[in-house]
Design a protein around this ligand. Structure first.
Ligand code: ADP
Length: 396
């Protein structure tokens, strides 16, 4: 029944119907609460979203519908409004009839009649999907950060591998250059001297003998070099077997040193020894150990100037024998020391042309390793170098 108002627009019943239409058309959740928080009005779509009929929600306390995690925040918002704050925004999850949670972004506003707060209007926007999308974006952002981190690690690794490959390539081409030079030099002597002998049938016998001896020496040098290369590739392929025989290492050491007396004398180098008398029997590969000591002696002579000194010391320790080869030669810079046992590594000494391949110490280290021994080096540029080997008397 419509009351008789002059201006029908102001008729409360008409106003109420208008408001109902607006409320019913509204997609968002709309609640009108009384001062104590009881629901006095809810729009149809809002109730539907929460899986209720409108009438089932009326007179229920709003807090009963809010998920526990959001109750405190909601109470605070109401408190603020009751204390006079005209408007308050907050987020809260509502339980649906079937117990699911829907997250709403809520705007609460107080409604005053005669300066007294009469009601609170809540408008809630369903932001569950928005939150899911935000979370998904955050997830993706974290994954992106992680992916970028992995990419940068991988890039670093690739760069490292690249520079390692470049280093290896450089070492290999240095090696090829060195080895070609090393092979060509004795070969040139052999060919040169044999041609001279061949082209001069009247050559005096002494000269012929001298040339022949040079050819023999250079031939041996060539053979040594080829053996080095073969040894290294065998060692690398794991194809070297260590023979084990008991032998007197004192005898072996003296024999090796004796073979280097001549080349030391040729450079006016004093080659001395401090080796115990008698016998120290060890179980090892005599041939390989003898080659190893020989290589170290050869280096000592090669890298020691005229009038220098080389000393070989042997010490009989409890389970081991220690062999020290020390020279007063040119020494090894501290920065090169960590690398001298690496394949093809040669100390760069501009202006000096000392031949070599950078393989000798690789062989030495591998043989000592195969005997479960240790090799260490100490050196000072201009003062000399000391290699110390500790070999177990029985490594098996
Ligand atoms: P190379 O065939 O060049 O002699 P090695 O593997 O025997 O190769 O030695 C590696 C490098 O270590 C040499 O190029 C040399 O510079 C340095 N070196 C080895 N022994 C000595 C030494 N007794 N004194 C000075 N430098 C040495």
């Amino acid at each position: 029944m419509i009351a008789n108002y002059e201006n029908k627009e102001l008729d409360p019943e008409i106003l109420q119907r208008k408001m109902d239409i607006i409320l019913d058309m509204e997609e968002d959740l709309i609640f009108i609460l009384n001062k104590s928080g009881l629901i006095t009005k809810v729009n149809v779509n809002g109730a539907l979203t929460l899986e209720y009929k409108e009438e089932d929600l009326l007179n229920r306390h709003i807090i009963d519908l809010i998920a526990s995690k959001y109750k405190v925040e909601t109470m605070k918002a109401f408190h603020d409004i009751i204390e006079g704050k005209p408007e308050r925004a907050f987020e809260a999850s509502f339980y649906t009839y079937r117990g699911n949670e829907i997250l709403f972004g809520i705007n609460a506003k107080s409604f005053y009649i005669d300066d007294k707060m009469a009601e609170i209007v809540l408008i809630g926007k369903n932001i569950t999907h928005l939150r899911e999308v935000t979370e998904e974006i955050e997830n993706l952002r974290m994954k992106l950060i992680e992916a970028n981190r992995l990419i940068s690690i991988e890039r670093q690794r690739v760069n490292q591998r690249k520079s390692l490959l470049e280093e290896l390539n450089k070492a290999k081409s240095d090696f090829v250059a060195n080895i070609s030079h090393e092979l060509r030099t004795p070969l040139a002597s052999i060919i040169g001297f044999s041609e001279t002998i061949d082209s001069d049938p009247d050559m005096p016998d002494e000269m012929k003998a001298e040339f022949n001896s040079t050819i023999l020496q250079e031939g041996k040098r060539l053979a040594r070099l080829i053996n080095d290369i073969l040894d290294i590739s065998k060692l690398e392929g794991g194809g070297i077997e260590i023979a084990n025989f008991k032998f007197n290492i004192i005898l072996m050491l003296n024999e090796v040193i004796d073979t280097y007396i001549k080349s030391a004398q040729a450079k006016n180098i004093t080659l001395s020894r401090e080796i115990p008398e008698g016998e120290i029997v060890i179980d090892a590969d005599r041939e390989r150990i003898s080659q190893t000591i020989g290589r170290l002696l050869n280096n000592a002579i090669k890298f020691t100037d005229d009038k220098g000194r080389i000393k070989v010391i042997a010490k009989n320790l409890f389970n081991e024998i220690e062999i020290i080869i020390s020279d007063t030669g040119i020494g090894i810079p501290e920065t090169d020391l960590p690398y001298i046992f690496q394949k093809f590594y040669r100390v760069n000494r501009p202006g000096t042309e000392i031949p070599g391949t950078g393989l000798g110490l690789v062989f030495v280290k591998q043989i000592i390793d195969l005997h479960k021994g240790f090799i260490t080096v100490q050196s000072e540029v201009g003062k000399g170098t000391t290699f110390a080997i500790k070999l177990p008397k029985n490594h098996i």
